[in-house]
Design a protein. Structure first.
Length: 478
């Protein structure tokens, strides 16, 4: 009996020693934590740190002023195409996901883990803990074939508003009493505000995963319309515009809670925080709203941002903050687009890029860490919607349909230079036009997915193309 007791003690000590060594080994992994926040439907016109006259983002502004902000970051003009480009590092023409499509609402095709590789999968395989909190709309999580999509895309844990088809209990239930699934189980959310649930989840996640590098993707549901009251202004009589401002201010408040939690957990100096919106402000004018939700910038209310390939729809804030690793009061003029996110996160995680996959983006990790580049940065950034592509340099912007603008003089894109006298006499304009056209001409045609886009936007495009085809067929031959 005494020998058994001694043997048990020895075994216990060995196990304890192994666990201690394992824990120590995990803590020696000094790779940075990553928190990537993707805001929903709000453009530069609402961010004071990007010239807005609104004052709803004090926390985000402070993170911008005490970190690194990029002047130019191209997304696509609508949510699903931006998310697909961001998650895969591939341009829409490459992946085939060039038109809005929301499988959670419309069904049909989806973000296929057998076809594309998500950045979460790469980081997971490189030893990171991974999670997602917020919204997910590019899979139908109620479809039995897709119910494990988040896991297959590399997110080991999740707390999600899954969206659902019309008539489903989850349909548009993102804010009050939201429909939320956490790691396969639906939560009781009566009386709760969705954004609070997702932020609380991330704070708890940081507490339980701080001893190992983690990547948390916060796909925020704010400020997607419809406009709603938040816990900070319940019971107040507010105009739609005031409600929208309150939603953004509450989003700013929640980001402040995350930063405070990082400080309290002692992980702030080794956690790189990214903030970028998915597209410009949905100001409601395409839905006959009586009052525009656009932010005020340069003395005017900004025009519609969603579905627009003008700068207000695709050129978004990009803020990176980490006191120790990023530094403060830095501004970059390098031209970024969201295809660059995947290779950047992968390099920060010291992970290899996937083999046999064309990644269009380029890592801007050296800019984040204030390190020298091994070659000059790309002199243009690119995006597209359906067949229309746009590319810009530091000054000029060219559409694949031919329009050409000098953004330094004409940021609202009101004066097309394509057929102007200036193009024939001014060297800088002609040089940029030639270089940008060379970029567009080098790109392949859109890849074709094995399914049809089902969004309202896609249906409108098909209807217009059918109308044009019918009109062409009905016109008399010359």
């Amino acid at each position: 009996m005494k020998r058994l007791t001694q043997s048990g003690c020895i075994l216990f000590c060995l196990l304890a020693l192994n666990l201690t060594q394992l824990s120590a080994a995990e803590k020696t992994d000094k790779r940075p934590n990553i928190i990537f926040i993707l805001l929903d439907n709000v453009g530069k016109d609402w961010f004071r740190c990007y010239g807005s006259e609104e004052n709803q983002t004090p926390t985000i502004d402070h993170l911008a002023y005490t970190g690194l902000r990029f002047r130019n970051c191209y997304v696509t003009p609508v949510c699903s195409t931006t998310r697909h480009m961001l998650l895969t590092g591939r341009y829409p023409f490459r992946s085939g996901w060039h038109t809005h499509h929301d499988p959670a609402i419309y069904g049909g095709g989806y973000f296929d883990w057998n076809r594309e590789i998500c950045f979460a999968r790469i980081l997971r395989d490189a030893g990171y803990d991974t999670c997602i909190s917020g919204k997910w709309q590019i899979n139908d999580l109620f479809d039995p074939e897709q119910k494990d999509a988040l896991i297959k895309h590399g997110f080991q844990e999740y707390c999600i508003f899954p969206e659902g088809k019309k008539g489903h209990p989850a349909h548009k239930k993102r804010y009050w009493d939201p429909y939320v699934i956490q790691n396969g189980k639906r939560l009781d959310t009566k009386g709760k505000f969705g954004p609070d649930i997702f932020t609380d989840y991330l704070i708890e996640y940081m507490k339980t995963h701080r001893d190992k590098p983690f990547c948390a993707y916060y796909s925020a549901i704010l400020t997607h319309i419809p406009v709603v009251h938040t816990p900070h202004n319940l019971g107040k009589e507010l105009t739609p515009r005031e409600q929208f401002a309150g939603m953004l201010n509450y989003s700013d408040h929640l980001i402040g809670r995350l930063v405070k939690a990082m400080d309290e957990l002692g992980i702030r100096d080794n956690t790189i925080l990214f903030i970028v919106p998915d597209n410009g402000t949905d100001n409601g004018t395409d839905q006959n709203a009586e009052q525009s939700l656009g932010g005020r910038i340069n003395g005017r209310i900004s025009a519609e941002g969603i579905y627009s390939l003008k700068e207000q729809g695709i050129n978004m804030p990009l803020i990176v903050n980490c006191p120790k690793l990023v530094g403060s009061e830095r501004i970059s003029d390098d031209l970024i687009d969201v295809s660059d996110i995947l290779p950047t996160l992968v390099e920060l995680a010291k992970a290899p890029l996937p083999k046999g996959v064309t990644i269009d983006g380029r890592s801007f990790a050296p800019q984040i860490l204030n390190q020298p580049l091994n070659k000059p940065w790309r002199p243009w950034c690119l995006t597209q919607y359906y067949k229309q592509r746009v590319v810009r340099d530091q000054r000029f912007k060219l559409y694949s349909s031919g329009e050409f603008y000098d953004l330094s003089e004409d940021p609202l894109e009101q004066h097309d230079l394509a057929d102007s006298q200036r193009m024939r006499t001014e060297g800088a304009s002609l040089k940029s036009h030639t270089q940008l056209k060379r970029v567009l001409d080098s790109l392949p045609e859109n890849s074709k997915l094995p399914w049809e886009f089902r969004s309202i936007s896609a249906r409108k495009i098909r209807a217009e193309e059918a109308r044009q085809k019918a009109a062409k067929g009905a016109s008399p031959k010359p």
